[in-house]
Design a binder for this molecule. Structure first.
Ligand SMILES: Cc1cc2nc3c(=O)[nH]c(=O)nc-3n(C[C@H](O)[C@H](O)[C@H](O)COP(=O)(O)OP(=O)(O)OC[C@H]3O[C@@H](n4cnc5c(N)ncnc54)[C@H](O)[C@@H]3O)c2cc1C
Length: 350
């Protein structure tokens, strides 16, 4: 139903939103969620970023399984919000290192993280500066299952369950929609697809400019928790007993509390890489304020790409305070990973 461009106004009392927008174009004659389902979910390009959880009737479920809206034919109110904010509905992959102001390797003197704890340091400094009032972090439970926590005080980041990488999708965006109604300055950490979701959201709905600071993690792929856990168990690894997980030199590594570890080639994980990751070419989180990853710096340091004014201001602050140690970064290594991701994830698929 191309050309179906009426104006939709949602009753703010009923839905807590006050939108007056042009309806997006449909590709098929069904409610908007049906269009999202056909174009993004069923076609296998959904990144599981979770931005579509904006759904005002909370019908869209973003959990540890493909995104779904049970009973959408009856319950979808056909507002078109899910399609407007989805970064994959009209998808042109982005790739490369992107624009930046400064690049360096860094290590926090205050926190212990996956690499140099620079993600934690940036968010803690942004909280101290008053740039944000709360940051959404991805913590983990006793079985290494990710969940989202609100960090308001830097002391919370002494908990090494909150810092560190979880190689599983986490419901950050649904949590954002919960807190955005009450909080003004929000910090978000996410994989590149999540950062693209945040940017699309902010472009479509200015209310979300209250996301003041966005850190993007370098990323090649992510996994469903249940699938990663089962797959590793078949190979002899136990994710539920992990104290840390990492990917280094082509190996997925689980560290256990007794000091032992389990290793498996990342190539073996290929069969459980979700199809939506296989069309993503953004390794360095181009659209973030600050991008942070492991490759390109020595052990114990994080590679940091500062892209925006706010990112630079937070960096200057932590430098003045003496919170970090810096080192050289190997740009050629980051560049190589950016190119590799494009090579292994062609889009459109052939
Ligand atoms: C799925 C995934 C794949 C990655 N792949 C690569 C890669 O191929 N190459 C590379 O160089 N780096 C990769 N990284 C980034 C790397 O593992 C570190 O997260 C990064 O170097 C930051 O380390 P740090 O010590 O500075 O962060 P820390 O201070 O330890 O903070 C990291 C923060 O990241 C957040 N986080 C953790 N897991 C998730 C998640 N699943 N979703 C959203 N947020 C999360 C948490 O809030 C955590 O506190 C990946 C990260 C993820 C989540």
């Amino acid at each position: 139903m191309r050309g179906d461009k009426q104006i939709v106004v949602l009753d703010p009392k009923k839905y807590k939103y006050n939108w007056k927008v042009e309806r997006p174009e449909r590709v098929e004659r069904s409610k908007y969620f049906g269009n999202l389902k056909t174009v993004v979910i069923d076609s296998g390009i959904c990144s599981h970023c979770g931005t579509c959880a904006i759904c005002p009737v909370k019908g869209i479920i973003v959990e540890d399984k493909p995104v779904d809206f049970p009973n959408w034919k009856r319950l979808c109110i056909d507002c078109g919000a899910c399609i407007r904010v989805c970064p994959r509905y009209t998808y042109t992959p982005i790739s490369g290192i992107g624009d930046y102001i400064e690049v360096f390797a860094g290590k926090s003197k205050r926190f212990v993280g996956q690499d140099g704890a620079m993600v934690s340091e940036f968010m803690a400094s942004a909280l101290e500066m008053g740039v944000i009032d709360v940051a959404l972090f991805v913590s983990r439970d006793d079985e290494f299952r990710p969940y989202v926590v609100h960090v308001k005080y830097k002391e919370q980041l002494k908990d090494t369950r909150i810092t560190g990488t979880k190689y599983s999708f986490a419901p950050v965006m649904p949590e954002l929609y919960e807190i955005a109604r009450y909080v003004d300055g929000i910090g978000i950490i996410g994989t590149p697809c999540m950062v693209s979701g945040v940017r699309k959201l902010q472009k479509e709905i200015p209310f979300y400019e209250k996301i003041k600071f966005t850190i993007g993690l370098f990323c090649t792929e992510n996994f469903y928790y249940w699938q990663l856990k089962e797959f590793l168990a078949e190979k002899g690894g136990d994710l539920t007993k992990a104290t840390k997980t990492d990917i280094k030199k082509g190996e997925f590594i689980i560290d256990y509390a007794d000091g032992s570890s389990f290793r498996i080639s990342v190539k073996e994980l290929e069969e459980i890489v979700p199809s939506g990751c296989k069309v993503c070419q953004d390794f360095s989180a181009i659209e973030a304020d600050v991008s942070i990853g492991s490759v390109g710096s020595k052990d114990g340091f994080s590679s940091v790409i500062i892209r925006s004014k706010i990112g630079k201001e937070v960096y200057d602050y932590m430098n003045e305070k003496g919170y970090i140690e810096t080192d050289e970064v190997k740009m050629s290594v980051i560049q190589r990973l950016c190119e590799y991701k494009v090579k292994i994830h062609p889009y459109p698929r052939y």
